[in-house]
Design a protein around this ligand. Structure first.
Ligand code: TPP
Length: 722
């Protein structure tokens, strides 16, 4: 046992050594007994706690050497190892960034060296097993630990979704990647509980449980009383959560690993047996500041810091082990030193590990695309007696065909089931496929997408609907920060395939106003890897939807399927009664490669590049221009991301004159991408654009004043050709 002060070590380490030396053995310690923990298990958990603490020490040393990047620590939270011990290796875990001891305890359960995993993360090594150097996250497929982003609380909707999907998959007779009696565990901080994302997820969990829907979710709040520098009012988590009528509340002193273990056992038993959520509250301390550069003495008093130091969970476990006669104080310190040497030596060895270097390597797992495999998985078969259909009917029939062909496919959202959607697009699906697969969701877009995130992970094929484009924005992070990043941060080991149907864009006559006529897709266009499909014609809609589903199935692709509301029930193109906007769906719906455009006409004077409502407007304008001797071809982009750059360049070059007819806004609109793509490809012809104003859309006829119009397309076409 080192018996001298070690001035080279930080105060936390010195405090621990001092406290252990002061222990007298054996005898009942103030922190209690081992409870239901066996001495062997207590020792294993102590090892995980020690190693987690040493990883914090290593992180600081690596950072000081310029070899490490990320030093948000787990010190003070190490009691969470007791939660891991109360669960099974096969219980999917979505962890807080301070759940390091949980991770190590679970790794030990699997016989894995979790220390090396975390060190590789700290140095951003390309060979780190989950994120491969893209971020420092806790995750491993073999450990059923799903990596999380740094956006606090953003993982809770997904956790609810995984719990929901586990039992839904079983009810549908499908196999999820986890056992039927698995429990989903999700940990988070106390400040995170206040986030609307967490509040929404907790509400959705309760809402499901209230209706008797199975939702085996153990919510673990690691409450250190702080969110960076902001104090959570003492008692707030208890006040906010302990009286919940639906989600039972459990609590244990977070520094006491045995108490944590016992409380987690009790909570997990409820969750596992009742298939219902429970909330486990673990008051803990945060030792060593929020993160690397945080100087907490700037906002915390010395007395406050000293009070936390006295609640160090490592000291508490040492006290338990010594009081229980499992270790002597000297043996505790020997273990501490041995662990320190081992972790720091390994940190030294890994400091120079290979980092990611090229864009290609970094981006490889972003959104894998295999068009040939996708083409082979376009499954939708004929349904008899399908006559010419509108856009809405084409989507409806394709959904029906796909639901019939894909047993894991779910269709859900606000009003999609009983009502069949605001516009009737999902009408009849509930009757045909049942409430297990077509159902109305809670009115919360974050929860709708969270459900999709979880269902995809559980092996299902979710098709959530967002009722209007304007209402996607309050939940955009579930797409930006969660759906689109999972493959990237897991080296494509985890994926959350989905096709998010969104009714959107403008020109709704008689049902106006911005919130039902949103024409901005800027928040989606820059999300790496996200596919944005925007069909205008019924036949394209069928092929594109079938392709999005096949891509989700084959490659885990995340697609937004943007449906122009104003075209849902449109029948005509050039004149009333011409049925020019109807289409007959083929017996077998074809593959429509992601990022492939469709050219209408072969005029040699002008290429009009457009999409969505712009297609119908441009085709009508082209008809009038043809009568005036101007030959147009109209290129329907169909895919707004990735843009069909090759088709665009080819059709632009065919005329040398391009008019982009863009119904989205001037700023951040699709035309910006189109014109940039032409410039990047070296197109030297003439280019113009007409777009909607940088405005929200007003009620009634006034909408036309700010939106792209046929007249504007026609006028610009004249101008560019003459
Ligand atoms: C949505 C979001 N807003 C802000 C932040 C910046 N941030 C990082 S950690 C943190 C505090 C979180 O506190 P808590 O949930 O109590 O967890 P703790 O760090 O105390 O363990 C904040 C505000 C973030 N990561 N995500």
């Amino acid at each position: 046992m080192p018996d001298t002060e070690q001035p080279d070590r930080d105060p936390l380490e010195q405090d621990f050594a001092r406290a252990v030396r002061a222990l007298t053995a054996p005898g009942p310690g103030p922190a209690g007994t081992l409870g239901r923990l066996s001495p062997e298990c207590a020792l294993e958990l102590f090892e995980a706690q020690l190693a987690s603490r040493m990883l914090d020490v290593a992180a600081r040393l690596l950072r000081a050497r310029g070899a490490g990047y990320y030093t948000i620590g787990s010190a003070g939270h190490e009691g969470n190892a007791g939660v891991a011990a109360a669960l099974r290796l096969t219980d999917p875990a979505l962890l807080h960034y301070r759940s390091g001891a949980f991770y190590l305890a679970r790794a030990a359960q699997a016989g894995r060296d979790g220390v090396t995993d975390v060190l590789l993360g700290l140095v951003g090594a390309a060979d780190e097993p989950i994120a491969g150097g893209r971020h420092k996250v806790f995750g491993h497929r073999d450990l059923n630990v799903i990596p999380q982003t740094s956006t606090i609380a953003s993982h809770l909707p997904r956790a609810v979704g995984v719990a929901f999907a586990l039992d839904r998959a079983r009810r549908l007779g499908l196999r999820a990647p986890w056992p039927e009696d698995a429990v989903v565990v999700c940990s988070f901080g106390d400040a995170s509980v206040n986030h609307s994302t967490a509040a929404g997820a907790l509400n959705t969990a309760a809402y499901c449980a209230y209706q008797g829907l199975p939702l085996p979710l153990l919510l673990v709040c690691e409450d250190n009383g702080l969110g960076i520098s902001v104090r959570t009012p003492p008692g707030w988590i208890t006040a906010a959560r302990s009286g919940d009528a639906v989600i039972p509340y459990f609590r244990a002193a977070g520094e006491d690993v045995a108490a944590v273990h016992d409380a987690a056992l009790a909570a997990a038993a409820v969750v596992r047996e009742r298939r219902a959520p429970a909330f486990l509250h673990l008051p803990v301390v945060r030792l060593g500041g929020h993160a690397g550069s945080d100087v907490e003495s700037a906002y915390r008093s010395p007395a406050d810091l000293a009070a936390d130091a006295a609640r160090d969970p490592l000291t508490a476990t040492a006290r338990l082990l010594v009081a229980g006669g499992v270790l002597t104080p000297a043996q505790v310190l020997d273990r501490y030193e041995a662990c320190r040497d081992r972790v720091l030596a390994q940190a030294g060895r890994l400091a120079g590990a290979r980092r990611l270097a090229t864009a290609a390597e970094i981006m490889a797992p972003l959104a894998p695309r295999r068009p040939a495999v996708v083409a082979a998985r376009v499954t939708a078969r004929a349904r008899p007696a399908d006559g010419p259909v509108t856009l809405a009917q084409a989507i409806n029939q394709t959904l029906a065909r796909e639901l019939a062909a894909r047993p894991g496919m779910l269709v859900f959202g606000e009003d999609v089931a009983r009502k069949g959607g605001v516009y009737g697009v999902t009408r009849g699906l509930l009757r045909e496929f049942g409430a297990g697969r077509v159902f109305d969701s809670v009115l919360d877009e974050q929860s709708i997408l969270g459900l999709a995130l979880g269902a995809g992970l559980a092996g299902l094929l979710p098709v959530p609907e967002i009722q209007y484009l304007a209402y996607l924005h309050n939940a955009a992070d579930q797409l930006r920060g969660e759906a689109a990043t999972l493959s990237y941060f897991s080296r494509a080991q985890y994926r959350n395939p989905m096709v998010v149907r969104v009714a959107g864009l403008a020109y709704q006559k008689g049902f106006g106003g911005h919130f039902h006529n949103d024409n901005s897709v800027a928040a989606l266009r820059d999300i790496p890897g996200l596919v944005i499909a925007c069909p205008a014609r019924p036949d394209d809609a069928a092929a594109m939807l079938a392709t999005c589903l096949a891509a989700a199935d084959a490659d885990g692709t995340v697609s937004v399927f943007l449906e122009p509301i104003a075209l849902y029930h449109e029948r005509d193109l050039l004149a009333a009664g011409d049925d020019g906007w109807l289409a007959r769906l083929p017996a077998e719906i074809p593959h429509c490669p992601v990022g492939s455009a469709r050219c209408h006409g072969d005029g040699r004077d002008l290429t009009i590049v457009t999409f969505g409502n712009g297609l119908r407007m441009s085709l009508r304008a082209a008809g009038r221009l043809a009568a005036d001797g101007i030959g147009c071809r109209v290129l329907d982009l169909r895919w707004l991301a990735p843009l069909p750059a090759e088709d665009l360049l080819r059709e632009a070059s065919a005329t040398g004159r391009v008019l982009v007819a863009d119904e989205t806004r001037r700023t951040g609109g699709v035309a910006e991408g189109v014109i940039s793509a032409l410039a990047d490809a070296g197109f030297t012809g003439r280019v113009r654009r007409v777009a909607s104003e940088d405005s929200f859309i007003p009620l009634g006829d006034a909408a036309a004043a700010v939106l792209l119009s046929e007249a504007a397309i026609e006028a610009a076409a004249w101008e560019i050709v003459h």
